[in-house]
Every structure is written in C-alpha cells, then in structure tokens.
Write a protein that binds this ligand. Structure first.
Ligand code: KG4
Ligand code: ZN
Length: 341
C-alpha cells in the first residue's frame, strides 16, 4: 500500500511516498529555518506563506523521485495522509488543502494524522518493528510528553511539560548565548568540547509528578551568564555541556522512573531533540543497565518530515480503516492525541 503524506505543521514543508509504512520511496523536506533564524523562532504568518510557495515544488519532487506522475498517480497511490494538528493553523491549512484537493481529484481516501503520532511511530522507519506495550518520549520544539502505549493507537498521557518544551529550551538558551537558531544542534555540537560538570544547573525532577519543567534550567543559565559574562570559547562550551547534561539527566530520570513504575520494557524516542548525541548515548546506556530496550529514530526521521506521517498513517488505517469524519479531517492548532478505537 502506497501512501502519499504531507506535513506542514510548523516550518518544514515536506511530502513523502511510503510503501507499507516502512519502505520510503521518497521524502522531500524544504526547511524554512533561514527564514525564521533572525527571529529566533517560527513566525506563523511567514511560515504559512512559505508553505504556499514551496508545497507544489516539494510535492512534484517527491512524486518524481518515487517514479510517480499525474498520469500514473491513480494506480500508484492508495491514500493521502496529512498532519491535521497540533501546529500553526495557517501552516496546517496549506497541507490540508493540498491533501483534500488530491483526494478529491483522484478519489483517494484521506488519513488525518496527529503530528505527535508521526514522532511516536517514527522509529518504525528505522527499526521496522514496534510491539506494544512501550513508552513513547516525544521531545521536540513544541512537545515534551511521556505517553504509555499498551495498544497501538491507544494513548495514556503520563507526563508533559508544564512550561517550555525541551527543544524550545534549547532554542531559547542558544539565543541567550548568542548562538544560531535552531539552538539544539549547535548546543549539542559545542557541548562535545565542554565540561558537563563545570556548572551545576538544576535538575527539575518535580517529585510526585511525571511532568517536566524546563524554564528553571533556562533561568539558571540566564542568571549564570549575567553573573559571569562569557569571556572565552571554553566557558561557552562548558555552559553548553552543563546545560545539555542537566536537560538529558532530567529526561532520563523521568522516563526511566515511569518505565519502572509501569513495568515497561521498551522506551521509544521521537522528535527533534532525539537527534541529540547525549540523549542517544544516555538512553542507550541506561537501557542496557535497566534491561529496557530503547528505540531511537535515525537522524533523518527525528525532525519533522512527511515520511513519519505516512508511517503513522499506515499503522492507523490498519486499525481504524480509511473512513474519517469531516471533523476528524479538519486542522486544529491544539489537537490532542485521540484514541483510534
Ligand atoms: O521535531 P521537530 O523538528 O519540530 C517540532 O515538532 O517541534 O524539533 C525541532 C526541535 C528544535 O527545538 C531543535 O532545536 C531541536 O528539535 N533539535 C535538537 C537537536 N536537533 C534538533 N535539540 C537538541 N539536540 C539536537 N541535536
Ligand atoms: Zn515535530
């Protein structure tokens, strides 16, 4: 079964053709990062306009790479999937309109996908097997959530951030440090040559809750640089390494605590921050120590792209079929995870 998927929830315009949920025939991502870099965050109006400018180019390229054109489209594509939320509403609507137009013109079923579901199932593209029960840790620019999945498509939200998403904390700290946007990749890189024990930033473990809070670490970095202005690359690298370590310690502590409490033996990472080197090393090492299998998407599938949406759509249609109500197909900026059955 070939699914054409469209992802436009934030600042990446992406389309992909994926066969049977795992065989990626093409995935094209047009990033708007340069457009938003000077603002150190995504500007919604600019994002929507850029999606409109880019979507046809991206779509044509991904169809061409999959050897599909508008003549053989009918035979080659079985369904159209798209991100229906959460995200920036103007950006989501661009993907929804393209998906609905193709669905109408070629009489193909639509599969609306929650963006978080893309990240939750993204490791399937890398590991090819994901059997519940498992804990999903979604760590991105917009989310930090621990979700317990005992059955595919049935979600129990165990913990989420009370303030900044973890990727947002990386982006804001990078801005404070005078680094580039997005902040995660550059902090990850600079942390490699810094000393993670140089500065003790707080670990907000929030006893008695499985929620996260990252604004305290962020403020601690701000207070530190006000008190000790950065005078050398070494200090900058040490701040990056110490901040990175505080974040990763917090993510690991909470996730493994939840795994122990619910006796879950599989942890699945997803979202842009799962590209972080220390996140990857630490989860793998702790997984070995606690005898818990850790699944991490390959780098290409950590950040936003349409292949992860196609993958989630394939799994979803196997469970819920291909018929969705008008309401389910309407983009919603604050869409929550909704159980499939
Ligand atoms: O999943 P994603 O592409 O978009 C959302 O759904 O939000 O994640 C983007 C976020 C950004 O905040 C970016 O700074 C962060 O992922 N990120 C990283 C790394 N690569 C991307 N954070 C830490 N380390 C990285 N290597
Ligand atoms: Zn995302």
């Amino acid at each position: 079964m070939n699914i054409l998927a469209i992802e436009t929830s934030c600042d990446e315009t992406s389309t992909a053709v994926v066969s049977n949920g795992i065989n990626v025939k093409s995935v094209v991502v047009s990033s708007q990062v340069n457009l938003h870099a000077k603002f150190f965050g995504v500007v919604p109006e600019l994002a929507s306009r850029a999606h409109i400018d880019n979507i046809n180019i991206v779509l044509e390229q991904s169809l061409e790479e999959a050897n599909i054109n508008f003549n053989n489209f009918n035979d080659q594509i079985d369904a159209i999937a798209y991100t229906v939320g959460p995200g920036l509403i103007g950006a989501l609507l661009v993907g929804e309109m393209v998906a609905k137009s193709l669905s109408y013109a070629y009489k193909k079923p639509l599969i609306p996908i929650n963006h978080l579901e893309g990240h939750i199932y993204s490791t399937v593209l890398t590991n090819h097997l994901l059997t519940p029960p498992f804990l999903s840790l979604v760590i991105s620019g917009g989310h930090t959530s621990i979700i317990l999945i005992r059955k595919l498509g049935i979600y129990e939200l165990i913990g989420e951030t009370r303030d900044d998403a973890v990727g947002e904390a990386f982006d804001k700290v990078a801005k404070m440090l005078g680094l580039t946007y997005p902040g995660g990749p550059i902090i990850d890189l600079m942390a490699k040559t810094g000393n993670p024990a140089a500065i003790h930033f707080p670990r907000p473990y929030l006893k008695g809750s499985f929620d996260f809070s990252f604004s305290g670490i962020k403020t601690a970095v701000l207070n530190y640089i006000k008190k000790y202005p950065i005078k050398s690359d070494k200090t900058l690298n040490d701040i990056c390494a110490s901040f990175n370590q505080a974040i990763v310690d917090t993510l690991c502590f909470k996730t493994f605590q939840v795994a122990e409490k619910f006796n879950i033996k599989q942890i699945v990472l997803g979202g842009g921050v799962s590209a972080n080197s220390l996140v990857r090393q630490s989860f793998i090492a702790l997984g070995k120590k606690h005898n818990i299998k850790v699944f991490i998407p390959s780098f290409d599938y950590c950040t936003d792209n349409a292949a992860i949406i196609a993958c989630a759509a394939y799994i979803k249609q196997q469970i819920s079929g291909m018929k969705y109500t008008l309401d389910q197909c309407q983009s919603k900026a604050n869409l929550k995870l909704i159980n499939w059955i």
